[in-house]
Design a binder for this molecule. Sequence first.
Ligand SMILES: Cc1cc2nc3c(=O)[nH]c(=O)nc-3n(C[C@H](O)[C@H](O)[C@H](O)COP(=O)(O)OP(=O)(O)OC[C@H]3O[C@@H](n4cnc5c(N)ncnc54)[C@H](O)[C@@H]3O)c2cc1C
Length: 410
Amino acid sequence: MSLEGVRVLVSGAGVAGPAVAWWLAEHGATVTVVEIAKTLRTSGFAVDFRGSTHLGVLRGMGVLDELTALRTRGGAMTCVTADGREIFTLPAEFAGGDLEVRRRDLSRVLYERSAPRVEYLFRDRVTGLVNAPDSVAVEFAHAAPRTFDFVIGADGLHSGVRVLTHGPETDYVRHLDYYIAGWDLPNPGVDTTPLQYNQPGRMASVSADRDDETKAGALVVFAAPRVDHDWFDTDRHKALITKALTGMGWHVPKLLDGLRAADDLYFDSISRVRVPHWSTGRVALLGDAAWGVTLGGMGVGTGLVGAYVLAGELARANGNPAALKSYEDRMRPYTTRWQRGANPGKFLAPATASGLWLRNTLFSTAFVRRMLVAGTATMATADLPDYQPQNDRRGSTTARWAATSESSSD
Ligand SMILES: Cc1cc2nc3c(=O)[nH]c(=O)nc-3n(C[C@H](O)[C@H](O)[C@H](O)COP(=O)(O)OP(=O)(O)OC[C@H]3O[C@@H](n4cnc5c(N)ncnc54)[C@H](O)[C@@H]3O)c2cc1C
């Protein structure tokens, strides 16, 4: 089983993109990643991995130790009143899973792991795809046209590949009535425990950066109907966020001061992606492009598991496109499990005063908090095959996938 001589284009250098690129290269493929941003994106917050399946894939990639050294140590989230009194604290395991790292660290580690054997094209994107029986002809915004054996759309919730293969985003991405934004700013006077303050339909959260407490990270969520805008128009996003949060009090005026100067803003709708078939011909979707739920809590874990399975199935089939269906058959039940009913906006920023009261009352109960932690750990677990990349191509002391069985005791 090998992908020797198989050429794959991956769109998106977020989390799933570099991961699938690495696994494909492990199986012998020649891989190019195209990323629309000029460098790796650095905004966003802590993301987490839960249970032995997620940790096993990280170990299989040989990045578990590096990420463990970068862990944020899962700070508990404390909900407070406007004058700083605690309402409830979410357990660290719920807020941070088994391994919590900053998204930027994760993306960088995966990029650095794959970069020696993968070609990266930044500041470019796919503009045309012709899916033929034996290959895919690709046009780029800047690079010259090329032909690949497979194209993988790992370009996130607003996937450009998905538009080209499946049609308009509105057919597949359901807006769940909330927006989310995150940015870095000078520390407004907080420590490293994330604090969260709510008013009906809006939430602001802030915590000091663990490596440099002169800096802080802000995360906000607010209820708003879907607005049509360019996903890359940062000034418009800043205006929408400012309008939604003005008058909120607490630390919010300082967060909005910081927003004006923020240079890498993370802004997205809270949405759920549902695509009936993840592949068409030789083009497949992966990660948020296929099954995303913004802030769904399991986006990075499922993205990495999907990367492992997609590359493994392609290798097992020696590059036969039928593998794309095997990948979907294996992954769809796993991703549907946690996608079902997920709407993080309703939990983070209940829209009404009574909804907010109900959430605060429920989460002040230790039993409910324990149930939450147990539920997410179970959802993250899956039995995965050992696709056995050939050892002679490995550039390092990467642990084999089989070693991940040890992680079940983690
Ligand atoms: C900047 C940023 C910050 C985030 N912060 C958080 C967070 O704090 N908490 C959380 O739970 N989740 C966050 N997410 C989402 C999280 O990364 C994903 O849910 C999960 O990791 C699955 O990853 P993915 O690789 O499928 O998608 P993503 O991580 O979204 O990566 C997609 C990549 O594709 C690129 N891209 C987009 N369109 C195109 C195009 N047309 N052509 C080429 N490239 C394109 C994007 O720039 C991005 O690098 C963030 C995503 C981004 C992009």
